[in-house]
Write a protein that binds this ligand. Structure first.
Ligand SMILES: [Zn+2]
Ligand SMILES: [Zn+2]
Ligand SMILES: [Zn+2]
Length: 169
């Protein structure tokens, strides 16, 4: 019953993350062709770096990682690429962390419930239709016009909780 304590820095061991990445990039390429927008090399690269894991990534971390690949990359380059990816619904901004995470259901604009792990920074996206509908009802009663709707919940993910409880033995 020994689990290896030193895994890689990601939880991605629990699933085939290569599949997540290839699916996300494939969807992005397809959507951009359909919409007639350009997934330029830099946009593609930023998206790929964000999909490195399911963790929320900050813009400066992306810049650090892209510098060795594209020496000329400047903060503005990264921000423009991020804006594009958000606009196309390919990534989400995690407001409470001022960071970004890849969206696994990017086919359409959608509301989202983000479960953010304070320990590993992984973000799980859930569509939570019941919650969102209840929320819409509430907002409607206030005659409030919604521009965007995302709920961010902070806590500890199942994987981290498991690791923590096994370390306490
Ligand atoms: Zn994955
Ligand atoms: Zn999404
Ligand atoms: Zn975690």
């Amino acid at each position: 019953m020994n689990t290896p304590a030193e895994a890689s820095d990601s939880h991605s061991l629990g699933h085939d993350h290569k599949k997540c990445v290839s699916e996300a990039l494939g969807t992005a390429e397809h959507l951009c062709v359909v919409r007639g927008v350009q997934l330029t090399p830099i946009r593609h690269q930023v998206l790929e770096l964000i999909w490195d894991s399911h963790k929320a990534v900050k813009a400066y971390e992306l810049l650090d990682r892209i510098k060795p690949l594209q020496n000329a990359a400047k903060p503005a380059t990264i921000y423009r690429a991020l804006d594009f990816l958000i606009e196309q619904g390919l990534i989400h901004r995690v407001e409470s962390l001022n960071a970004f995470v890849g969206c696994s259901c990017s086919g359409h604009q959608h509301e989202q419930l983000l479960l953010i792990c304070n320990n590993c920074q992984e973000v799980e996206e859930r569509s939570a239709p019941d919650v969102m509908q209840a929320l819409s009802q509430e907002i409607k009663q206030a005659d409030f016009i919604v521009h965007s709707k995302a709920i961010e919940i902070h806590g500890i993910c199942a994987t981290c909780a498991q690791t923590m409880s096994s370390e306490q033995v």
